[in-house]
Structure formats: C-alpha cells, structure tokens
Write a protein that binds this ligand. Structure first.
Ligand SMILES: *Cc1c(COP(=O)(O)O)cnc(C)c1O
Length: 399
C-alpha cells in the first residue's frame, strides 16, 4: 500500500504509518531497506536503470522520509537537509542579494546567529520585532523578501497568529506588487499540533532533531511547501549545496515519525497537567504554556492548534531567583538537565545560563527570560511520575 500526500482523507496517524512507506517491490520487505549506495547503474550513458543516479541528488530513504513529511504537513513537497540549521541556511540562500528579512524577536538562537552573522555576508539584513502581528507592517521595506515566524516562541511560548501575518503580507502585495515569503518554524509543535501552510504560510521548516525524529539520536532538518516554483528552487539548492542527511539518518527519522502522533499527544497531555499543577503552586511566580486558558494568546491556540493542544514545552518562573532555578533543575530525577527538546525523555534547563546565555541580560529580560525562568521539555514517561518529580524538586528547591 502506498499513501501519497494527495490522499488527505486518511487521518494523521494512518498517514504517519503509511505515507512514503511502500512495500519493497523486490523482496516484499514491509520496512524499507537502508540504501547505502552512493551511485546507481546506467543502461546507456545518461539512462539510469531506475530513477536514481547519485545519492546527493536523491536517495530512496530520503525520498520516503520527504514523502511522509509532505503528507503530515499537508504539503505538495518536502525536502530533507542535514540539520534544522542547514534548512534555515538553504531558505536564506534562496534570497536575492541585498534582501531584507523581518523576523520574530525571540527566534531560535542559531537562527538569530545565522541572520546576524552569516546572512549579512550576502548582503541580507534582518529586522527583529517583538510581535509580528503588531509590528510587521511598519517594518516592511521595498526590499523585504521574507518574514520568519516562530510559534510558539522560545522559551516564553508566545503564540503568533499565522493567518493574521499572512493577511498583512497579502495587503502589502496588493499595495506594492511584492509578496515576501512567509516562513514558519514549526519545530516546537510538530505537524501533529499545527500545519502552518493551512494558515497561509508559504514554507514550513523543522528541526527534525526534535519532535519529528523524537528519540534524541538524529540531527536533521526538513522544509515543506505547496509552491512548484519554490520547490524547484529549493531542490536545486539542496543538490547544489549538498547539505543532505545520510540514508541511515533518513531511515531513523522516518521510523521516529511513524509514532509522532502518539508521542506528541502523550507529551501534551502530561504538559497540560504539569502546567496546571505549577500554576497553582505557591512556589511559582508565573507559567508560560499555550494550553492554559490563561495564556495571553489562547484564542489563537484554539484556532491554530489541533484540539487546542498546548504542545510539550513549558516554561515557568520559580520563586527564589537563580539559586532556586539551579536547585530545582539539579533536583529532578526524571527530567534530565540538558539542552534540546522534543524527545521521548523529559528534559529541563535554565535558559538564562544555558540555551540563551549568549544574549545580553537587558535584551533577555525584555523578552521574559529572567534568571529564575526554567524551560521544560515534557517526555512520554507516565504523567503521575512526572508530576511527583516536579513536586519533590519544588520542595527541594525551596528547602
Ligand atoms: C533546534 C532548533 C533549530 C535548529 O535545528 P538543528 O537541527 O539543531 O540544526 C531551529 N529551530 C528551532 C525552533 C529549534 O528548536
């Protein structure tokens, strides 16, 4: 059985299992073999035996993974890259020289680094704004070619209305004839919770390293689009730049993707329970979680996220400052103190001294990243065990 992305009548779980997962025509293998060959035989010059020539240009494992992601993102096309960062680089590389980007302010650190320290060498400049819905219009310039949107934001989990941003860009196109690309980094939610293309994005990007692979054992990226022209351009760059994932990583990430719906649903269920518990605790100052009704943008969550799910990421401010944050994160037994997110195991970190340590204090605090802020990536352990671990660590930190 083969399911392609045009057969969108199947539910998410069915597509996760079957899209891009054909039965091997030569052996009948239900699980695709890992195709390590770098080159493929030809019958006559320029007449390959099958559809493959050279593995940088295309490889069966990468093709199958890309077909699966395209189906789950409700996209016509997907392209896999060697990391989420390589995906960002490829998208920016596609812009003409001297282009201008408008970006969400609190984007992933590596994205900020790429926009400010690498893109500038090609004359591409970025303006960062706190709130794209409120600030985009005033910051669009004649040479603005791309808008970069990350929702929820990292680590304070603010949610941006993608359709509203797309609307502003449509109006800009109507007035000027120029339509900057709207690119959404959907890493924090995964395609199970949100499909940005359905809300008006032109391109969706993921660090596969996080939820899509989901087992903290592959670094990889992917982008998806419905545009034939963009796809052609990105595919050309994928081959020309060559930052492609290995067949083994493509195979592993495809295996991980098949349980995405189960993992993300479980993580979101536990995260909701933990966020509610934290918001009632007298040891906590504030909780950032899109699934809470008290979240500033909960109305957007309701229309933009599947079943109003809040996802698996939480951040909260603990009473007692940096010392309490340090004591708490050193006291958890199930939540491992580590960077990264989106894996089956729960992780915890202090952004001010870890993932966001490179940002000056004033700028960091303006974005809500105080010394006492703790970021949690909820895994798929039992909810009750995770709640008890949070409770005992809160007690330990306040003792
Ligand atoms: C991790 C991450 C990236 C970068 O991905 P890598 O696979 O680590 O290169 C980009 N965006 C977001 C939101 C991320 O969390």
């Amino acid at each position: 059985m083969t399911v392609d992305s045009s057969e969108n009548t199947y539910g998410f779980g069915t597509q996760a299992i079957h899209a891009g997962a054909p039965i091997d025509p030569t052996t009948g293998a239900v699980i695709e073999p890992i195709s390590l060959s770098t080159t493929f035989g030809q019958l006559e010059p320029a007449k390959p035996l099958g559809i493959y020539e050279y593995s940088r240009s295309a490889n069966p494992n990468r093709d199958n993974f890309e077909a699966a992601v395209a189906a789950l993102e409700k996209a016509k096309y997907a392209l896999a890259l060697s990391s989420g960062s390589a995906t960002t680089a490829l998208v920016i590389q596609s812009l003409p020289v001297n282009s201008h980007i408008v970006s969400s302010g609190d984007v992933y650190g590596g994205t900020y680094r790429y926009f400010t320290k690498v893109a500038n060498t090609h004359g591409v400049a970025a303006t960062f704004v706190p709130d794209l819905v409120a600030d985009l219009k005033a910051n669009l310039k004649e040479n603005t070619r791309l808008v970069w949107l990350e929702t929820p934001s990292n680590p304070t989990l603010k949610v941006t209305d993608i359709a509203k941003v797309a609307e502003i860009l449509k109006e800009h196109e109507f007035n000027t004839g120029i339509k900057p690309l709207l690119v959404v980094d959907n890493t924090f939610l995964s395609p199970y919770v949100s499909n940005p293309l359905s809300h008006g994005a032109d391109v969706v990007v993921h660090s596969v390293t996080k939820y899509i692979n989901g087992h903290s054992d592959v670094v990889m990226g992917v982008l998806a689009t419905n545009s034939d022209d963009l796809h052609e351009q990105f595919r050309f760059l994928q081959n020309a730049i060559g930052s492609i994932p290995s067949p083994f990583d493509s195979w592993l990430a495809h295996r991980g993707l098949k349980t995405l719906h189960l993992r993300v649903r479980q993580a979101a269920t536990s995260a909701q329970a933990i966020a509610e518990y934290l918001s009632k605790s007298d040891k906590v100052i504030a909780v950032n979680y899109p699934g809470l009704k008290s979240h500033l943008n909960h109305d957007v969550v309701v229309k933009q996220h599947r079943d109003a799910l809040g996802g698996g990421m939480i951040s909260f401010r603990i009473k007692g400052g940096a010392d309490a944050a340090s004591a708490f994160t050193s006291s958890t037994k199930l939540f491992t103190l580590a960077e990264s997110l989106g894996g089956i195991e729960s992780l915890i970190e202090v952004p001010a001294v870890m993932t966001h340590g490179g940002i000056p204090r004033a700028e960091r605090e303006a974005n809500g990243v105080y010394d006492d802020l703790i970021r949690v990536s909820v895994g798929i352990e039992d909810t009750e065990d995770l709640l008890q671990d949070i409770e005992q660590a809160l007690n330990a930190a306040s003792a």
